[in-house]
Each structure stands twice: as structure tokens, then as C-alpha cells.
Design a protein. Structure first.
Length: 569
């Protein structure tokens, strides 16, 4: 590209400024979610180490007493009295599964899994990463008491995996982080199905029928447009009790409830703009008159809440509690394996070997193999900007199966503490080696990006949807753009449209080109395709007026020669 060498030095320092604030606003929730998961992984490690130390210390008896402290929750003549360990695994983990269900729904509706093409690669990878570990465990434990634990090595712990990726984030393309998250979501969904079908107790058909009826009520509430959260909470508690009585594991109620939480807001943003303007004007007048502005501020809060989907509000509100309280409590309650005596025997047991090898070998082979087949057969493109070595490194990290694997182990061997402990030893061993190996591989094969430099792997099919009324459009600039800079063309002031970046010329297919952010002094070359963002009418007007022969009157198409109009008020 003719202008690339001239622009590379100055462009690197200003690349981030070239990306409009709207783009940052759209991807910020993903970044916040990633940071929460990564930080939650650190807390989870600390909780796990604390449980291991406690269970192998002179105070091990206190640890067991702590887990079996009776906790009673009663409503009149009815109530539940369980040990603390039971409340954590069956009640608090239902909240974990509630958030998982909402995340799955959000990704399927508006996220990376909203189209078949986007979902094909992580879905195939997740299936490979579940089937192969299960087969390895089943083959090692065939005919033994541990054969029912085949579901233990199937799951990926997203908190630990993203925490590891955060350590080498500058060496991993963003497309691989998206791929790992999407894979883990499908992985969680598969684990949920396995738990529901294979790790429940004897089915109480009357209670199961009640659970189905309550689920129908939740779906009806969603269909008729109930957007307040509290009715779903009340019905969700009833669903949890029904599922608990049915013999299906109670945490499945959290998933079902999460899938029925509304993902649409009560109002569109355009419907509250006038009310917001009035509330802001009242605040200005109140400030000038030194009058209490709490009323207008409350009105603004209500208006903003009306345009935020309940699903987003709940995920945002519950995520810190799940990441920093519920999951660490689960680790404290379930990771306390006594390894002081018989550690070598536990490691060599079929139960531990099946889990450890399922995570160490089954996960990377299944995920990488399914990914390679999908890409080679043309079913889905490889994550952009990623090498096959990096894909394999992420597949190894996906072998960290901590939280969900421990949960499945507690269900698979509910009446065999010895098999639970052996399986947990396998989980610790396999997850630890996968973490170290995956980090080492990604660090070795990934080239570190300079701080502030533009990522060459950003592609339009990986960008999230924009807010209502906005349009993200690739457009090949006309010949009169060649040789001119973005500053000279003054697109932002003329049309209120931002240029996010350009797809540099030189490849036959737009899908094969990397998106490069541009700064105002970038000089366009022939064949460059601009990525535009703005309100739909503004983008359409720019394309129409700047395209040759777009207007028969000849009054349009003079983008590069007309003087810029005054800036909008």
C-alpha cells in the first residue's frame, strides 16, 4: 500500500484516537466482563489453596465441622435444614447457573453466537472438547466403580482460563479470546445438559410436571412483556423448589430462569430522549435556584433503567457476587482434599488418571482437532490473526476444568468420598499442568504487540452490534480519495460519520483482509475499503454523495473539493 510506510510511525501513536468513542462504548461491556472473570480467577486460586491448606492442617477437623454446620431456612411450617456444604452446592450454585444461563442467552441473541456462521467453530470445538475427554475417562475406568465419572473432564473453567489468558494478553489475538469465551459458553451448556440427564436422582414425575408448568409461566411472562425483575425472582424460587423435589439437580432451575429473563428493555432509547432533556433542564434550573435536584436525578435514573434490558442489569449486578463470593465459597467447600497420606496412590488411581488425562490430552486433542476440521472443510474461518500454534495453546488452556469439574465430581460420586477425592486430585493435576503448558506455549509462539499499536486481527465480523439506529458499513472509496488524507476529506464534520479503519488493498476477499485503524493523516491508496460508523441516514448520505455518478444532476460527489460546512451545533 503506497501510504503505509509514511503513516505507520505517526499512525501508531494516534491509532486509538481514530477509533470513535461509540466503538469503545460498545465493546466496554466485553472488556469489563473479561476483567471480572480474570480477577475472579485469581480469587478462585486463593480460595482453592486456602481449602487445601486447611484440609491438610492440624485444623482439618474444624474444616469438616464447618462444612457440616446445619443451616435452617423456614417459612412458617415449611422449611429446609441442610448442612452448609449442601446450601453452597445446591442453593448458591444455582445463582452461578442463573448467571451462566443469562450469559448463554445474551451471546445467542446479540453476542458472538447470534448467527450460525459465528457459532459453528466454537460449537464444534466445544463438542470435540467434551466427547474426547469423556471417551478417555470411560476407556480407563471401564468396569470400575469410577466409570460414572466420565462427565468430570468435559468442562472448561472460564474464570481460570481467562485469568491465564490475561497474563499473556499482549501475545494473544483478540479473536482467540472471543473464541475461548464462546467455546466455554457452549461447554457450560453441554455440562448443564449432562448434569440434567445423567447426574440427577430418581425422578419424581409430579414435581417434574410442576417444574415444567412453572417454566411455562416464566415463558408466558416473557412473551407478554413483563420486564420487572421481581416477578421472575418469585416464580424462580418456586421453580427451584420444584426442580429440587423432582430429582433433577436444583441448579438446573437457575439455568432455566436465566434463559427466560427478558433481554429487551421496556423502552427504546429514542422514546426517553425527550424525558431526559426535560429532567436535565430541571436540574439546571434547580442548580441555578439552589433547589434540591434529587427529584430530577431520580427521574433520570428511572429513564435510564427503562432502556437497559433486565438481563443486562442482572448480569452486571450478580457477576461480582458470583465471581468474588459464590465461586470462591464453592472452592473452599469442595477443594479441601486431604493429600497428606496416600497422594501417590490417589494419583495412580483410575479415577484420577481418567480425569487428568481427559483434561491434559482429551481437551486439547478434541478442541484443536474439531477446529482444524472445521477450518479445512470450509465450515468456518480460523480466528483471524491467529496461528495454529496459538489455537493449540488456547485449546490446552481450555483443559483447565476446575469449578464445573469439581461440581460434576460431587454429583457423580455423592456417596463415595474416596472417589470424589481421587477425581479432585486428577482435576488439580490436569488443570495445573494445562495452565502451565498453555501459558508457556502462548508465550513462546505469540509475538508481543506494542502498547497502543493497532491490532491487525480486528475484522468486521468480530465486532459487536451497535446501538439502535447506528450502522457499521465497509465501503470502497472512489478514485478521488486516493492520495488524500482523512483530515483533508473532513468526513467527520461533513457527515457526522466516523472512519473506524481501512481494509488495506492487496487481497482478493474482504474477509481475508485485516482492519487497520487510521489517524487523520492517513493517506488513502487505491483499493482501500473504509469501515464507516454512524447513524444510518448519515452513512447512506455519505456513500451516495461520495460515489461517482450517484446523482444525475451532478450536484453531488464533490466530497474532496467542496469547502467544509460549519460544524454542527
Amino acid at each position: 500500500m503506497s501510504g503505509a510506510a509514511e503513516n505507520s510511525t505517526a499512525g501508531g501513536a494516534r491509532a486509538q484516537n481514530a477509533v470513535p468513542q461509540l466503538l469503545f462504548a460498545v465493546i466496554r461491556p466485553f472488556r469489563e466482563f473479561f476483567r471480572t472473570q480474570a480477577a475472579g480467577g485469581v480469587v478462585l486460586i486463593v480460595a482453592t489453596l486456602a481449602a487445601l491448606v486447611w484440609a491438610n492442617s492440624p485444623e482439618a477437623e474444624v474444616y469438616e465441622q464447618f462444612l457440616h454446620v446445619p443451616v435452617t431456612l423456614s417459612f412458617g411450617a415449611h422449611g429446609l435444614s441442610w448442612p452448609l456444604h449442601h446450601w453452597i452446592n445446591d442453593a448458591l450454585m444455582s445463582v452461578f447457573f442463573l448467571v451462566a444461563g443469562m450469559e448463554i442467552k445474551r451471546e445467542l441473541l446479540v453476542g458472538e453466537l447470534r448467527t450460525f456462521r459465528r457459532a459453528t467453530l466454537p460449537l464444534a470445538a466445544a463438542l470435540g472438547g467434551m466427547v474426547v475427554p469423556a471417551l478417555i475417562h470411560a476407556s480407563i475406568n471401564r468396569g470400575t466403580a469410577a466409570e460414572g465419572g466420565w462427565g468430570i473432564p468435559m468442562a472448561t473453567d472460564i474464570a481460570f482460563a481467562l485469568g491465564c489468558v490475561a497474563l499473556v494478553a499482549r501475545r494473544v489475538p483478540s479473536s482467540l479470546v472471543v473464541f475461548l469465551m464462546a467455546l466455554a459458553i457452549f461447554d457450560d451448556l453441554g455440562a448443564i445438559v449432562v448434569i440434567a440427564l445423567f447426574y440427577g436422582q430418581g425422578v419424581d414425575w409430579a414435581a417434574l410436571g410442576a417444574a415444567v408448568s412453572i417454566t411455562i409461566i416464566l415463558v408466558a411472562m416473557l412473551k407478554v412483556g413483563v420486564t420487572q425483575v421481581w416477578p421472575y425472582g418469585v416464580v424462580g424460587v418456586a421453580l427451584w423448589i420444584a426442580v429440587l423435589k423432582s430429582g433433577v439437580h436444583a441448579t438446573i432451575a437457575g439455568v432455566v430462569l436465566g434463559l427466560t429473563i427478558p433481554a429487551r428493555a421496556r423502552k427504546r432509547p429514542s422514546e426517553v430522549l425527550g424525558d431526559l432533556d426535560m429532567a436535565i433542564a430541571r436540574i439546571r434550573r434547580a442548580k441555578e435556584a439552589d433547589v434540591d435536584a434529587s427529584g430530577p436525578l431520580g427521574a433520570i435514573e428511572r429513564h435510564l433503567e427503562a432502556v437497559q434490558p433486565p438481563l443486562d442489569r442482572l448480569v452486571h449486578g450478580l457477576h461480582p457476587w458470583v465471581a468474588f463470593l459464590i465461586v470462591p465459597l464453592f472452592a473452599v467447600a469442595n477443594a479441601g482434599v486431604s493429600v497428606a497420606a496416600g497422594l501417590g496412590e490417589s494419583v495412580r488411581s483410575p479415577a484420577a488418571l481418567g480425569v487428568a488425562l481427559g483434561l491434559l490430552l482429551g481437551k486439547p486433542i478434541g478442541i484443536f482437532g474439531a477446529t482444524w476440521i472445521c477450518v479445512r472443510t470450509g465450515l468456518a474461518p480460523k480466528p483471524s490473526g491467529a496461528t495454529w500454534a496459538q489455537v493449540f495453546g488456547v485449546a490446552v488452556l481450555a483443559g483447565i476444568g476446575f469449578t464445573m469439574s469439581i461440581f460434576v465430581a460431587s454429583l457423580a460420586f455423592a456417596d463415595r468420598a474416596d472417589l470424589q477425592d481421587q477425581s479432585k486430585v486428577g482435576i488439580f493435576l490436569g488443570s495445573f499442568v494445562c495452565a502451565i503448558a498453555g501459558l508457556g506455549l502462548l508465550r513462546a509462539v505469540g509475538r508481543e504487540r506494542e502498547t497502543g499499536a493497532a491490532e491487525p486481527d480486528l475484522r468486521i465480523d468480530e465486532l459487536p452490534r451497535f446501538a439502535e439506529g447506528y450502522r457499521l458499513e465497509p465501503w470502497t472509496a472512489s478514485a478521488r480519495f486516493v492520495g488524500k488524507t482523512l483530515r483533508e476529506l473532513d468526513i467527520r464534520r461533513r457527515y457526522r460519520v466516523s472512519v473506524v479503519g481501512i481494509y488495506a488493498a492487496g487481497r482478493s476477499s474482504l474477509a481475508d483482509r485485516a482492519l487497520e485503524p487510521v489517524d487523520p493523516d492517513y493517506r488513502f491508496a487505491a483499493g482501500d475499503t473504509l469501515l464507516l460508523v454512524g447513524h444510518s441516514p448519515d452513512v447512506s448520505r455519505l456513500i451516495e454523495e461520495a460515489t461517482p455518478n450517484a446523482s444525475p444532476s451532478g450536484t453531488r460527489g464533490s466530497l474532496a473539493t467542496e469547502p467544509p460546512p460549519p460544524p454542527p451545533p
